[in-house]
Design a protein around this ligand. Structure first.
Ligand code: SAH
Length: 213
C-alpha cells in the first residue's frame, strides 16, 4: 500500500525529531491520517505539517500530536490503564492516535460541525475505547473525572482551573499555554497531590474559546 509506506516515512520523521516512545510511534503508524483531511488535500496528509480542516481549525502537525502524547504517558508503565481527556477533537486524528496508546479516551469539542465530522471520520476505525463529547472543554468533563492525563489541542493564556481539579494523583496535563507566543506546558500531580510545572518547546495552536456552537 502506497499510503502505508508514506505513513512509515512520516513516523520516521517524527522519530528523527526526537519522539522515542515506541508505543506512540507504533500508534502513529497505525492511524491513517488521510482519512481525516479533505479529499482535496489528501495528497499532503503525511507531510509533517498542520493542515486546514473546516471552520478555521487545523489538524495538528504529526510531530506535535506524537510529542504531546509522549509527554502525557512519560514514565507510565501501563498506559492501557489510563483514562484520558482530550480538549479539542477537531477532525479526530489525535484522538484516534491516543486511543491506540491509552485505555480510555474522552475527547471534547465545542463546535458541533467538527464533533460530527470527527464522528464520521472515525467510524471506519471502530475504536470502542474512544468517546466523543460535544461540550466546552474549558470546564473539563466533570462527569468522567478524574483523568490520568488531560491533553489540549488549543491554547489559552493559562490552564483552566477545572483541568487541575480533574487531574488524578500521578497524572499530567499537557497543553499549549500563551497568547503571543505559546509553549507546550506539562503540569504533573504527584502521588501526594503536589503540582510540578515544566515548560517545553514553543508551539502554535488555535486559541481555546468558550461555549458550544
Ligand atoms: N486534535 C485535533 C486538532 C484540533 S484543533 C487534531 O487531531 O488535529 C483544536 C480544536 O479545539 C478545534 O476544533 C477547536 O474548535 C477546539 N476547541 C477550542 N476551544 C475549545 C473548548 N473550549 N472546548 C472544546 N474544544 C475546543
Amino acid at each position: 500500500m502506497v499510503s502505508e509506506r508514506v505513513r512509515e516515512r512520516m513516523v520516521e520523521r517524527v522519530r528523527e525529531q526526537g519522539v522515542r516512545d515506541q508505543r506512540v510511534l507504533d500508534a502513529m503508524a497505525r492511524v491513517p491520517r488521510h482519512v481525516f483531511v479533505d479529499a482535496a488535500i489528501s495528497s499532503r496528509a503525511y507531510e509533517d505539517t498542520a493542515l486546514p480542516i473546516s471552520h478555521g481549525q487545523t489538524i495538528s502537525q504529526p510531530y506535535i500530536v506524537a510529542r504531546t502524547i509522549e509527554l502525557a504517558v512519560a514514565g507510565v508503565q501501563d498506559p492501557q490503564s489510563m483514562k484520558v481527556l482530550e480538549v479539542g477533537t477537531g477532525c479526530g486524528y489525535a484522538a484516534a492516535v491516543l486511543a491506540h496508546v491509552v485505555g480510555q479516551v474522552y475527547s471534547i469539542e465545542r463546535l458541533r460541525a467538527l464533533h460530527d465530522l470527527a464522528r464520521a471520520n472515525l467510524r471506519s476505525l471502530r475504536l470502542s475505547n474512544l468517546h466523543l463529547v460535544l461540550g466546552d472543554g474549558l470546564l473539563g468533563l466533570p462527569a468522567q473525572a478524574p483523568f490520568d492525563a488531560i491533553l489540549a489541542a488549543a491554547a489559552g493564556a493559562e490552564m483552566p482551573p477545572a483541568w487541575l481539579e480533574q487531574l488524578a494523583p500521578g497524572g499530567a496535563i499537557v497543553a499549549p499555554v500563551g497568547v503571543e507566543t505559546q509553549h507546550l506546558v506539562v503540569v504533573r500531580r504527584d502521588a501526594t497531590g503536589r503540582m510540578m510545572r515544566k515548560v517545553e518547546e514553543e508551539v502554535r495552536f488555535v486559541p481555546l474559546r468558550s461555549g458550544v456552537q
